[in-house]
Write a protein that binds this ligand. Structure first.
Ligand SMILES: [Zn+2]
Length: 189
């Protein structure tokens, strides 16, 4: 792999790949380009190809930055507030739910995860993102119940879903649909 600084297109990562059958161009989320080309081709051929796609690259970069601007943001001070709220709310609520439904977990961690609301390890250690504090209470509980159900089923099998569904009054699908409207915000520096 080599990185070149193109005077018109900016940074391009050039990757010669055994698996590539043709030249492939991708605009990364940060706007940089990645060019993959087959062994029988060359980086100069690949760059000529990229140059021929200049207007597509520009359109794609514009679309990416417009989408990023639409994502909600949060300041680091607000994140600290959420962390404090999470430290009071999550341990008591999850302990209460575990006792009520007969689950046991080995540890609880409050994380700053921005790609998922929670997770459960093979040893039943539960991790909950502090960003659940931005959700309405019933969705927050739904996340906690989801992770608690993983202490019994370490997968998303039918058995897992039927257990979780029984704990939320048959509303699992509805709650999943509702959760899709909530996004973890980007942290402003
Ligand atoms: Zn899960």
């Amino acid at each position: 792999m080599k990185i070149i600084e193109h005077n018109m297109l900016g940074k391009i990562e050039c990757v010669r790949s055994m698996r590539a059958h043709s030249i492939r161009l991708v605009v990364r989320p940060d706007g940089t380009l990645r060019l993959t080309y087959p062994l029988f081709s060359s980086s100069s051929k690949a760059i000529v190809f990229a140059e021929s796609k200049a207007s597509w690259i520009e359109r794609t970069r514009r679309r990416i930055s417009q989408r990023a601007a639409l994502l909600p943001t949060i300041s680091s001070a607000e994140v600290e507030q959420l962390r404090r709220a999470a430290r009071t709310y999550i341990p008591t609520t999850i302990a209460h739910l575990a006792t009520k439904h007969g689950f046991t977990y080995t540890s609880l961690r409050i994380s700053k995860a921005q790609t998922r609301w929670g997770s459960c390890s093979g040893h039943n250690g539960i991790s909950i993102s502090l960003f659940v504090m931005l959700l309405p209470e019933h969705l927050r509980e739904f996340i906690l119940l989801h992770e608690l159900c993983h202490t019994r089923h370490h997968n998303h099998s039918a058995a897992f879903h039927s257990l979780l569904n029984s704990l939320v009054g048959g509303n699992e699908r509805l709650l999943i649909a509702e959760l899709k409207h909530h996004h973890i915000p980007r942290i402003r520096e």
